[in-house]
Design a protein around this ligand. Structure first.
Ligand code: ARG
Length: 436
């Protein structure tokens, strides 16, 4: 047995050596034709970014920074350079071709693991150098984060949650099958995913923290893609949500609440939760409260397209299609309202519901529903870095931050869809994509 393990380890190492791109040279000069550094909504021209190791050492004009002869140069002088993008709502373990409930009876958690390995790379290559993963089997996102950080796998920086915490019969449970099947969504669901009442919620959050999560996800209302529940209806009480926020914060973790319905959104904000995911049916009082509490909204307004047009081909049931029709359009209109009101907005797409790598498709809708391209890009850079509490490392192009840098050939401030075709990706000073 020991011998087999040893061989597995050795093979693992050999494989690892063949995959990661070559180590970055010590100092690299990145020449940016145009730079949107996300510290403001402005663009500068003719900028040099000096990268040393995994961090940015200096950012300045070509006049200020002289590139020494023979230096390593990456010439992006015909492109627009931006900070690596951040998606605050992904499910790297999820596949967008798995809507038939029969899959719950066929697949093991390894299926999600395989998907995650592939999806992590796709996400990075699409220009997303950081993600907050908010729901996967225990503790896939934690393992994946560690494998990427140690250089074994290629992918974005991950802020990892465990399974979304759900009431019995709620959005995170497997509903409407015969009790004879005794199917649970995750092994040991009562330890890591299903919790009723403040005490069980506290236990579940503490158990997730014990196994290394960075962030807590709680399911405050019903959902679209679950069975037998209603997106508009609250699932946890205000008291339960307060216990959740308090326990997460005591452990130094932020907490995100899935909430479509107006009541659940208000309660989540009042409970002190840090971001509202989806926020589809937010009302005026919810908008007022979000502003008052400085709560981020993280609205996945691309999703509706894929759910209605593609997911039915992969077995999505009529119940879910009907629910999507109830919330999709309203969510986009309410996004516009919230933008007008000046609520803090992050960038979260629910990747995994639609195929990973298409994350940037959401920018188009953010602009269509009231943002300028610059505003939309800042949600996916500065604002999202702030929400995930990593502003000191990512989210802008500034001296001291990680060299997480992307480039696009067309001008994203003229047409934000330019971000759907990222031509250059650097993460931590290492180039993962460079197609020009
Ligand atoms: N995971 C979410 C749910 O099942 C997806 C909602 C997608 N719909 C939307 N319009 N954003 O509730």
């Amino acid at each position: 047995m020991k011998k087999i393990l040893l061989w597995a380890l050795l093979l693992g190492t050999a494989w690892a050596q063949t995959t990661p791109p070559a180590a970055a040279p010590k100092t690299t000069y990145v020449l940016a034709g145009k730079l949107f550094d996300a510290t403001s909504e402005n663009v500068r021209e003719g900028v040099v970014i000096v990268v040393e190791g995994e961090r940015i050492k200096q950012v300045g004009s070509a006049a200020e920074i002289k590139v020494p002869a023979g230096a390593n140069v990456i010439d992006l002088s015909r492109a627009t350079v931006l900070p690596g993008l951040i998606d605050c709502h992904t499910h790297l373990g999820s596949r967008a071709d798995r809507y038939d409930p029969i899959n719950n009876f066929k697949e093991t958690p390894f299926t999600a693991g395989f998907a995650a390995v592939l999806n992590a790379r796709k996400t990075l290559e699409a220009g997303f150098t950081s993600v907050r993963d908010v729901g996967s089997p225990p503790f896939l996102a934690v393992d994946l984060r560690n494998a990427i950080n140690s250089g074994y796998l290629v992918g974005p920086r991950i802020v990892a949650s465990g399974p979304g915490i759900s009431i019995t019969g709620g959005h995170g449970d497997l509903n409407n099958f015969s009790p004879e099947t005794s199917v649970t969504l995750f092994p040991a669901e009562r330890d890591y995913g299903i919790a009723d009442g403040a005490e069980e919620i506290r236990h579940t959050i503490r158990a997730q923290v014990k196994y290394g999560v960075d962030v807590i996800k709680i399911l405050a209302t019903g959902g679209v893609l679950s069975r037998g529940d209603s997106p508009g209806a609250p699932q946890y009480t205000l008291e339960e949500l307060k216990a959740a926020a308090e326990t997460a914060h005591m452990a130094g973790r932020r907490i995100a609440a899935h909430a479509h319905g107006a009541q659940g959104i208000q309660w989540s904000i009042l409970a002190g939760i840090d971001s509202i995911e989806h926020a589809s049916l937010i009302d005026d009082e919810g908008i007022r409260l979000a502003k008052e509490h400085g709560t981020y909204l993280d609205m996945d307004i691309y999703n509706d397209d894929y759910i209605l047009n593609e997911a039915p081909k992969f077995g999505l049931e009529q119940e879910n299609i009907d629910k999507e029709k109830m919330v999709g359009r309203l969510q986009r209109e309410n996004f516009q309202k919230a933008v007008k009101a000046g609520v803090k907005m992050a960038f979260g797409t629910d990747a995994g519901v639609y195929p990973h790598g298409d994350n940037a498709r959401q920018f188009f809708y953010m602009v269509k529903f009231g943002m300028t391209p610059a505003q939309a890009i800042r949600t996916a850079t500065y604002n999202s870095a702030d929400l995930i509490d990593r502003l000191k490392d990512v989210g802008t192009i500034e001296a001291g931050k990680y060299a997480d840098i992307i480039a696009v050939n067309a001008d994203p401030l003229a047409d934000v869809r330019a971000l759907e075709n990222v031509s250059f990706v650097m993460k931590g000073g290492v180039v993962y994509k460079n197609v020009r």
